[in-house]
Design a protein around this ligand. Structure first.
Ligand code: FAD
Length: 441
């Protein structure tokens, strides 16, 4: 049983990072208020404040396990709500580095779910609402921070554009996503904004849902035809989701944006490195328009590099928004909630060292940031990344390409690679002598 260290915590943003943090905070505060600018839908559906909710979302096994730890029984709820369980070793078909990965014969424990982003968020919200300490304030936009200059403490938030209404708390958590305004709020009260690092691959998505064709007998639940830097900028992603639907996404790096009308969408699908994506949608009946998404840059707000006033922290996409292709965001948010838990555990009433929290979070995020930005930087059109011209960088890239390629013929390498990808094993394992030997021989 966790200890109580404060009366009230406020979270700005009620999406994945906000929901998971709210659960953690409810163990340490008497009351937790989660504020969102949207009216939160009563049934699973897309909403304005989360424009990416119509886009596909992979949930890594690590993220799924953290969800189950925070909300015991949520796996069953997701199942009841129509999410499909997926064994990534057996039901994920992946074309990468010009080869198809092999399908495992045995069942694995690299398991999570495939469903729409809004079904997942809605299910978590239903679970959170069962906790008596949680209060959700909808249709309320946070517009600034309440600051006590004498104690150098953030004491609350200002609501709506008039900033007339104030709500006070012992801790304010910014989980308002990639378009967070918190840095500007800090500047408004005379503090330093978090310096930003942006690595923009100019990747565009176009996504459409289809009725799953009756004759769809494939044994995959998710199929991915990956981009291949530096030349092949295009990718195709398909996932079976709830309600017998297929979510189909085309992606193009370096402003090679997939078209948003039917004919262009199909032509782009036909141009992919393998025909499987096009074959799956060719005769399928669309159930949605084609939705574009182009706000995909990697954006890091370096809160760990400034001295924050007491009583304020930030996490989730508000701190580290990643290029979506690598499917890390929600799991990184879940890991951020675990970092929050560990920090609160070491804190006590009136003693919340928020700068220490941001440093730990930055440390934990750094691997995910490095993975996304180093892969994106393999495209010459990416702006903001470090150039990859050094001998070590070339060796590392060459080794990783070889590892991916060899995994297509060595089941144990493929399984290990999946375990690392799903954050079940340390990435350092990829450099274990036994693994290097298998890759290089
Ligand atoms: C195209 C795309 C595809 C993605 N695919 C994947 C994937 O496959 N796998 C994966 O794990 N992740 C993926 N992600 C990332 C994932 O969506 C996020 O990492 C995840 O949703 C966590 O974000 P968040 O909760 O921090 O912020 P968000 O989801 O952006 O939510 C922010 C919330 O804050 C609210 N808000 C904002 N400002 C205010 C304010 N001033 N006052 C009150 N409320 C406010 C908004 O209404 C919203 O509810 C993808 C992202 C994009 C853009």
């Amino acid at each position: 049983m966790a200890k109580i260290i404060g009366d009230r915590a406020i979270i700005v943003g009620g999406s994945i990072a906000g929901l998971l943090s709210a659960k953690v905070l409810s163990d340490y505060f008497e009351q937790v208020i989660m504020i969102d600018r949207d009216k939160l839908p009563e049934t699973p559906q897309a909403r304005r404040g989360v424009p990416q909710s119509v886009q596909p979302h992979v949930l890594f096994t690590k993220g799924y396990r953290i969800l189950a730890e925070f909300f015991p029984g949520i796996e069953e709820q997701l199942d009841n709500n129509g999410a499909l369980s997926i064994d990534w070793a057996r039901e994920f078909k992946h074309f990468v580095e010009e080869k198809w990965g092999i399908e495992a014969k045995e069942a694995s424990d690299i398991v999570s779910i495939t469903c729409s982003r809004y079904l997942l968020e809605w299910t978590i919200r239903q679970e959170l609402l069962k906790l008596p300490k949680i209060k959700i304030l909808e249709q309320s936009k946070v517009a600034g921070l309440v600051y006590d200059a004498q104690t150098n403490q953030i004491r609350g938030v200002k609501l709506d554009s008039t900033q007339q209404t104030e709500l006070t708390a012992d801790l304010i958590v910014d989980a308002s996503g990639r378009s967070s305004q918190a840095s500007q709020w800090l500047e408004q009260i005379g503090q330093t904004a978090a310096p930003e690092t942006v690595v923009n691959p100019f990747l565009g998505y176009a996504t459409r849902r289809y009725k799953l064709p009756d004759n769809q007998s494939s044994n995959w639940k998710v199929l991915l035809i990956s981009q291949s830097p530096p030349k092949n900028t295009r990718l195709g992603y398909l996932a079976k989701i709830e309600n017998n639907e297929l979510i189909a996404t085309l992606g193009g790096y370096g402003k090679d944006f997939p078209p948003l009308e039917d004919r262009g969408f199909r032509e782009f699908a036909q141009s992919l490195a393998q025909p499987d994506f096009y074959q799956a949608i060719a005769d399928a009946i669309p159930t949605s328009p084609i939705y574009a998404h182009r706000a995909t840059a990697n954006r890091m707000r370096n809160y760990h590099k400034v001295k924050l006033p007491v009583g304020f922290i930030a996490l989730g996409d508000a701190v580290c928004a990643l290029c979506p292709v690598y499917g890390q965001g929600m799991t990184v948010s879940a890991l951020g909630a675990k970092t929050l838990q560990a920090w609160l555990d070491k804190s006590s009433r009136g003693k919340l060292d928020n700068n220490r929290f941001q440093k730990q979070l930055a440390k934990n995020n750094s691997f995910h940031w490095m993975l996304a930005t180093s892969q994106d930087s393999r495209f010459p059109t990416t702006v903001g990344g470090k150039s990859k011209s050094g001998t070590v960088d070339k060796l590392m890239t060459g080794y990783m390409n070889k590892l991916v390629s060899k995994s297509a013929s060595k089941p144990n390498l493929q399984l290990m690679f999946l375990e690392v990808a799903h954050l079940l094993r340390s990435p350092l394992y990829l450099y274990h002598p036994a693994v290097i030997w298998q890759v290089l021989t």
